[in-house]
Design a protein around this ligand. Structure first.
Ligand code: FES
Length: 137
């Protein structure tokens, strides 16, 4: 059984940092995705995805995804579950996704830029028609 002194030491080591692990990341906007059975449909109008470079967190009954607009007609979709310990990635810093739990950073293709995560996020194919992005599952 841990003594009070040991717990105090552990708490101090974890909580003593003056900055959050996610640094200067800002929070991604959230869009609802519609699960169709074979994919997730996301309406981009009026969201951050209306502009090239924009990114959002997509929530759906089939999971959570990071969706970014990479050109007028192309999007990148990756799983939003951090490969470190499973937190949902909710932060963005420029073109970098940032995990709020321990600060892992990923690029828009899901590759790790900074740990503690070591494995890439899974990427999904997308199609774009009439203002609707479909993430193929
Ligand atoms: S769960 Fe994402 S960095 Fe630890």
């Amino acid at each position: 059984m841990a003594s009070g002194a040991t717990l105090a030491t552990v708490f101090s080591a974890c909580g003593g940092s003056p900055t959050s692990p996610s640094g200067m990341a800002s929070k991604l906007g959230v869009l609802s995705g519609r699960f169709t059975g074979s994919g997730i449909q996301v309406n981009v109008s009026g969201s951050a995805l209306a502009d090239v470079g924009g990114a959002v967190l997509v929530e759906s009954t089939a999971g959570v995804f990071l969706l970014a607009r990479t050109s007028a007609s192309a999007f990148s979709a990756i799983e939003a579950v951090c490969t470190h310990e499973g937190c949902t990635i909710t932060g963005t810093d420029g073109a970098t996704y940032v995990c709020p739990c321990h600060g892992s950073r990923y690029n828009r293709s899901g590759q790790v830029l900074a740990g503690p995560a070591r494995a890439s996020l899974r990427q999904y194919a997308t199609t774009f028609t009439d203002g609707i992005v479909t993430i193929a599952l």
